[in-house]
Design a protein around this ligand. Structure first.
Ligand code: IPD
Ligand code: CA
Ligand code: CA
Length: 263
């Protein structure tokens, strides 16, 4: 496969779907459904996912799909797309940025193409196997912060699964006192690509799904960063826990997260 060409085609699909999302948001009344506690979906999430799936099917007919809203829920033998049509739906509903389209291509169990298109600021982050990481036309790399004390750290606040709440509060207490500060943007895919381009030095969150992290985590690694789960293993796409950062702070950060949040 020509991964670079595939990545460029996926960027086009993401950009055109982003335009569709913006236009629909202006013209239509939002039809909002509740999927679970504080977990929402709009008719635009569903329509966007259909458009993305239709576009991707033409690119690689044999691939399967793991998509948040369940469009084409079939697995491919070798290739699978992992898709979040709008990551940051709560922001989107409230008219806030960021919100992003996240598309990853998985070959066997490895990501080979990742695209995160942040619609609000019209920023496309992408990379492919064997390539560098990009924001629009520019290559990107993770930050050079040397310690957690020098880091701006992104996270996500629990909103429906409170099982690790106690440890999470302890981690916030620690990072508020021992870093440049914490941020909660409301889109995990955006948090990750902001680590990839050095706006954030690191990010951690629990209870994320494969479509929240698959593309963004790949782009962090391609931009020279490191990613792990809360036990410092590599089960961060399907394992619902992620720590992503530049290289220099990774061991220190993942040690703190591990100590405070694994119990
Ligand atoms: C959500 C966002 C948010 C994270 C949530 C996700 P959605 O995705 O990534 O930042 O904290 O856990 O579910 O529902 O807007 O696609
Ligand atoms: Ca999401
Ligand atoms: Ca979503």
């Amino acid at each position: 496969m020509n991964y670079k060409a595939m990545c460029e085609s996926v960027c086009e699909i993401a950009r055109s779907t982003g335009l569709f999302i913006k236009e629909e948001r202006q013209s239509a009344k939002l039809d909002i459904e509740t999927k679970g506690s504080n977990d929402f979906v709009t008719h635009i999430d569903k329509a966007s996912e259909k458009r993305i799936v239709e576009g991707l099917k033409k690119l690689l007919p044999e691939a399967g799909f793991i998509a948040e809203e369940g469009t084409e829920d079939v697995r491919g033998d070798r290739f699978n797309w992992i898709i979040d049509p709008i990551d940051g739906t709560t922001n989107f509903i409230h008219g806030l940025s960021p919100y992003a389209i996240s598309i990853a291509l998985m070959e066997e169990d490895k990501i080979v193409v990742g695209v995160v298109y942040e619609v609000g600021l019209d920023e496309c982050f992408y990379s492919w196997k064997g390539g560098e990481a990009y924001l629009n036309d520019q290559t990107i790399e993770v930050s050079k912060a040397a310690t957690v004390a020098d880091s701006l750290i992104a996270t996500g606040f629990p909103y429906s699964n409170f099982t690790l709440m106690e440890g999470f509060i302890k981690s916030m207490d620690y990072f508020m006192k021992n870093s440049h500060g914490l941020r909660r943007l409301g889109s995990a895919a955006t948090d990750l690509v902001y680590v990839a381009c050095g706006r954030f030095d690191s990010f951690y969150e629990y209870d994320l799904k494969p479509w929240d992290v698959a593309a963004g985590a790949f782009i962090v690694e391609q931009a020279g960063g490191r990613v792990c789960d809360f036990t410092k293993g590599d089960n961060y796409i399907f394992g619902r826990e992620i720590v992503a950062s530049n290289v220099a702070t990774h061991d220190e950060l993942s040690e703190v997260v591990n100590k405070l949040m694994v119990y």
